[in-house]
Every structure is written in C-alpha cells, then in structure tokens.
Design a protein around this ligand. Structure first.
Ligand code: HEC
Length: 149
C-alpha cells in the first residue's frame, strides 16, 4: 500500500516537473518535418557520405541526413557539437553578427523564424544555446544540453 502511494506521488511530481519540457517528439519533430525534412530527410546522405561529395549533394539541395532523434542530436552535442546552433542562430551570437545559413529556413517571415528559433532554444535547455565547437565547449556547457526525446 505504501509503495502504491509513493509511486502515485512520484508520478505526480515528475509530471509537474516535466510539464513544460519541450521534447523532440512533441515540438521539434513537427517543426523539422515542416521546415527541414525536404533537404535533410530519408533521401539525403549521412554526414560522412555527405562530406565525401559535398558539392554534388549541395547542388541537389541535399544537406546531411538528420531524420531521427539520434541523428539530429549528433549535430547538437556530439560529434558535430554546436552545428545546429551555429546554423540556426539569428546573428545575436555569431562572431560577424550574421544569421547562420539555416536560420532562413526556420520560417517564411521573421516572426515565425523567431518563434521556431525560440522553440529550438527551449528544447536544448536553459542557457544551453552555445555556438562552440567540440574543441572549445566546456563540460558545464555540455551538461546544460537537455534536448529531450
Ligand atoms: C532547401 C534545402 C534545405 C533546407 C530546407 C534546410 N537545409 Fe540545412 N542544409 C542544407 C544544405 C544543402 C546543407 C549543406 C550545405 C551547407 O553546409 O550549408 C545544410 C546544412 C545544414 C547543417 C550543417 C550540417 C553539418 O554538416 O554540420 C545543419 C545543422 C542544418 N543544415 C540544419 C537545418 C535545419 C535544422 C533545417 C530546418 C530548420 C534546415 N537545415 C533546412 C539544405 C537545407
């Protein structure tokens, strides 16, 4: 009996704690399908293959494939640390103040782009948005990345 009460409480508390958490399945996947899938979907090569023949794929508007949670996250944390952030940033964090070259794909107008950028940032986690590469990112910065499934 005690165990049952304990379990019920635990479920309740974890539901409250995660109620606001953005997730890949609920928030990012639909956005990705609408705005990124046409160039990063099943017909695109995995990043290793993409890099071997970059110009050919770019000529066909194909970027590296990132159509699963695991593939997308590999452009967030490891091995392509910060790639998503560098490409999607609106220019507020880039060294030259210019937006990343995928920022424009986030929406058809500035309001939509900002809304979707904010969604990506929230998904990553509080203060987790950094454009740093693998060689420069700190353990503390990596630990901030949530990017929940
Ligand atoms: C019209 C096609 C197109 C759309 C739409 C598009 N991309 Fe891309 N993307 C590309 C191409 C082509 C490249 C490779 C060329 C380059 O590096 O700029 C690329 C590169 C990238 C990279 C760099 C990958 C690496 O090798 O490090 C990331 C990250 C990325 N895109 C994310 C996104 C996200 C997220 C979206 C949706 C918001 C998106 N892209 C929408 C075509 C597209």
């Amino acid at each position: 009996m005690k165990t049952a009460v304990y379990c019920a409480l635990l479920t309740l508390f974890s539901t409250i704690a995660y109620a606001e958490q953005k997730t890949y399945r609920k928030d990012i996947r639909p956005l990705w399908e609408a705005r990124c899938a046409m160039c990063h979907g099943v017909n695109s090569p995995y990043v290793g293959e993409f890099k071997e023949d970059k110009q050919k794929f770019i000529a066909h508007s194909q970027g590296p494939r990132m159509d699963t949670y695991a593939d997308l996250v590999s452009f967030v944390s490891w091995p392509d640390t910060g790639a998503i952030m560098r490409r999607l940033d609106d220019g507020k964090n880039t060294p030259d103040g210019k937006p990343g070259n995928m920022y424009g794909h986030l929406g058809t107008n500035e309001a939509e782009r900002q809304k979707n950028l904010a969604l990506f940032k929230e998904w990553l986690g509080k203060d987790a948005w950094t454009l740093k590469r693998r060689a420069d990112i700190t353990k503390e910065e990596l630990d901030r990345i949530v990017a929940a499934y």
